[in-house]
Design a protein around this ligand. Sequence first.
Ligand code: SAH
Ligand code: SF4
Length: 335
Amino acid sequence: MTREELTDLFYNAPTEELTARAGEVCRRVHGPEVLLRGLVEYSNYCPCGCLYCGIRGGNSRVNRYRLTDGEVLASVDAGYERGLRTFVLQGGEDRKFDTDRIARLIGMIKERTKNEAAVTLSCGMKSREEFRTLRDAGGDRYLLRFETSDPELHRYLRDGKTLAERLENLEWIREAGFQRGSGYMTGLPGETDEIRLNNILLCRDLELDMVGIGPFIPHPDTPLGGAEQQGLDHALRGTALLRLALPEAHIPATTAAGSLEPDGREQMIRGGANVLMPNLTGVEYKKDYLLYPGKICLDESGVQCIGCLSMRVKTVDRRLSFARGDAPRLVGAAV
Ligand code: SAH
Ligand code: SF4
């Protein structure tokens, strides 16, 4: 879809029409299946100061943890036994959980899953060489949201880090040969309609393989704690427009959407999302990985979550898929 068509829909189409159109495109391209990705939140140490984030270095109230290799692998094993074939390693930019350690972990995950499972990384910003190292170690996909496409707002919210640096990282991710994911938060303070539209257009221009968006949820122990909570509508419209812009992309119904509204993830699936991410992090740690308050599924294991998700997707006429779910451009699926 062209930039002009997307712009017209962004300003003029009612949400119901957008979600219905996007839902149809999603079904035509991806079928009735919703792909599962098992998430492991390996560390909540982070030296960065992103204003929106509950585990930012400046928040002294966080109970910090770092998983051992054995704990990461135990979470992966539990997911693998239950049938999962993609694992996402996510964490703060913990200097002690460095690139070499992540590279070693990728090797161990590949070995114990007999090379069947894909490994996705969501480990923040890296150097060009580090991205190469992680790819050479067998990493398949890398997620790095640009957070907001507005350069000024980006610099403010990310404590001086620039959008240009983030986009350069995304270029290195592509160059290293990863399937590339990005995205943004909706409803950030200072966000205008123009910024919201540009977020969508930037995802389109980047030709992303994966796009994750979710509502910003203010965390009380951050500088944005007093910001106003916006509704789910921006995320729903964004998801639908992204599906129309990038029919082949894998788009998750994010946990933040499910945390803001009880059926937030189902609404996103109905309107174009085709991925869910059960959280495999041990229950003793999950509660300390609070990027935002009110996060759901803190008391259940990720494996228990799969049962719940299976029932949830039925309500929107979908079923779960345990496939690896690589980018269609790599598996040559016809659209
Ligand atoms: N450190 C890595 C990965 C962890 S943060 C990184 O920053 O890329 C993962 C994502 O959580 C971020 O990209 C951001 O979009 C989201 N996030 C952080 N704080 C949030 C909040 N208060 N509400 C909603 N999403 C948030
Ligand atoms: Fe660290 Fe990521 Fe949170 Fe920023 S968003 S403070 S990089 S964990």
